[in-house]
Design a protein around this ligand. Structure first.
Ligand SMILES: [Zn+2]
Ligand SMILES: [Zn+2]
Length: 284
């Protein structure tokens, strides 16, 4: 069973990724939410080139990734679920919930620690918001994320199938909740109780630091609501809000070479604990 999951992983993930990316691209053409400011060719080529680089670096850096480690933990009896004999369906559901909570907390951490914000802000520096924005992460952030995920898998001992499902769902929801698509408002209102919608995540890409530092969830919207980081809508509205961060606002900044060196440039301002943001908030 575990060996089958491991063998099928690359095919399942690639098929889900390409299928959903294509579906979102078509949906964005058919029913866009916002007018584009930047020609698609600049952003798409650079964002997609970055995914290729990220994938190669990740494969070369880790001898084993999350699903492989879960298989190994099952074999060797590592982690919580490989020692308590819970029913398989409980282990799968609880593991997926806890992995999602871990990703949420990690995202908060990347906004709160200045050094980590330098890496993560590259995701926020995209000047338009569409499905390819969901792919835009600095390779060092990808490596740190994988390190954290491997630690969580070792401690939790989740079923390998839960980790594979979680990884596929996370890829698919990241493409969906960054998509520039116009979901009918009533659909968005209902759907955002179950999953992070594009309108919910777009708030997180607002240039206003108080909105940047909200809506950290990637899959489930519940953590933001439970932990007080939920903001329903951008103050200026979805059509008029500015996307990005205050630094890195030229078209040249959207090129791959510039993205890769952004963590080293300028001050780490705008992170969640930046006193200038908190004072501004208190002053109002
Ligand atoms: Zn973020
Ligand atoms: Zn995002």
């Amino acid at each position: 069973m575990s060996e089958t999951i491991l063998a099928a992983e690359p095919t399942i993930r690639l098929a889900a990724f390409l299928g959903v990316l294509l579906a979102m691209a078509l949906w964005e053409v058919a029913a866009p939410r916002r007018r584009r400011d930047i020609p698609r060719v600049i952003r798409w080529t650079n964002n997609i080139a970055l995914v290729v680089i990220d994938t190669v670096i990740l494969r070369l850096s880790f001898p084993i990734l999350a699903v492989g480690l879960a298989v190994m933990a099952e074999d060797r009896g590592w982690g919580l679920f490989n020692n308590i004999g819970a029913p398989a369906w409980v282990a799968v559901i609880v593991s997926m919930l806890l992995l999602d909570l871990a990703i949420y907390l990690q995202h908060v951490l990347f906004h709160a620690v200045p050094g980590l914000w330098r890496l993560h802000r590259m995701h926020h520096a995209d000047l338009d918001f569409d499905a390819t924005t969901g792919l835009r992460f600095h390779p060092v952030e990808i490596l740190i994320s994988m390190g954290i995920k491997l630690a969580v898998v070792t401690a939790l001992g989740p079923p390998a199938v839960a980790v594979l499902l979680f990884e596929v769902v996370l890829n698919v929801t990241a493409l969906f909740n960054h998509a520039n698509i116009d979901l009918p408002r009533p659909v968005d209102r209902v759907l955002r109780w179950l999953v992070v919608t594009p309108d919910m995540h777009r708030v997180h890409h607002s240039v206003d630091p108080r909105e940047t530092n909200s809506n950290y969830g990637f899959n489930l919207p519940w953590w933001d609501r439970l932990l007080g980081t939920y903001v329903a809508q951008p103050a200026k509205g979805h059509e008029r809000m500015d996307i990005g961060i205050e630094q890195f606002r030229t078209r040249r900044d959207l090129w791959l070479d510039r993205m890769l060196v952004q963590p080293l440039q300028g001050p780490a301002s705008g992170h969640a604990l930046d006193p200038r943001i908190t004072t501004r908030e208190l002053g109002e």
